[in-house]
Design a binder for this molecule. Sequence first.
Ligand SMILES: C[S@@+](CC[C@H](N)C(=O)[O-])C[C@H]1O[C@@H](n2cnc3c(N)ncnc32)[C@H](O)[C@@H]1O
Ligand SMILES: [Zn+2]
Length: 269
Amino acid sequence: MNIFICPVCGEKLNDTGKSYVCGKNHSFDIARSGYVNLLLSKHAGKTVHGDNKLMVQARKNFLDKGYYSKLKDELCEAVRRYSRKGSMILDAGCGEGYYTAAVAEAVPGAGIYGIDISKTAVEYAAKRCKTASFATASVFHIPAEERSCDMLITLFAPYCGEEFRRVLRDGGIMIMAIPSENHLWELKQAIYDTPYKNEVKPYELDGFALIRKKRISYRIQLDSQEDIQSLFSMTPYYYKTGKAEQQRLAALENLETQVDFELLIYKKV
Ligand SMILES: C[S@@+](CC[C@H](N)C(=O)[O-])C[C@H]1O[C@@H](n2cnc3c(N)ncnc32)[C@H](O)[C@@H]1O
Ligand SMILES: [Zn+2]
């Protein structure tokens, strides 16, 4: 059993091993790396689909070095607490699968799914984690059945409350990670003349009740220009930064900075 539905007609998709096929014979090949493309061009939005190769590679390099492993551990603990064997868990905007793979290990026997609009990201994710199913798709048009998921995970990725509520069962759990106010403060201080703290929006979300929240704050030490650049390219400031700031960034040999996250746990009501 899998949660994926045909993006063309909405019927359930059957996994034949080589492709996903619906009752109306719409067929979607599974790529050699293991993911399936369920993104219709009319749902793709811009021409560049989500994170590009450079951003995906930078995120992978950075995460694989363990800088955010405390967040990963807290996430896995929350997933274990609120799910069980047989739970269907969807990582919406899964990126290159660092957290999806950890979740798959944390709850063996659960059905783990990851979607991302970036083809490169899901390709990396599918190579990284063989115990989850990955698809190219948008969080604004999730190719999953109504109420098919027990848990939805959304980490630093676009939010679509309507779709998230549609695919979650009643009483289902949503785990969200967001940057908190001091996230990467020293990095911003090193680059900008007038750095701003992150604005944390109100936690209330329509159709969800916040049942738990945990702040995860600690310091990381980056000892190479490569890691500093990788971290910076993961931030929203990456494409908004001018020449002077880029030069300051390029001159940094090492950096100690705070990381500051919030892990929010919601229940669908
Ligand atoms: C900041 S990254 C976070 C990735 C991953 N959750 C992590 O924490 O490592 C945001 C991700 O959202 C994806 N994304 C952007 N727009 C999307 C959309 N409409 N649907 C699905 N994924 C999207 C990007 O391709 C990117 O992989
Ligand atoms: Zn179909």
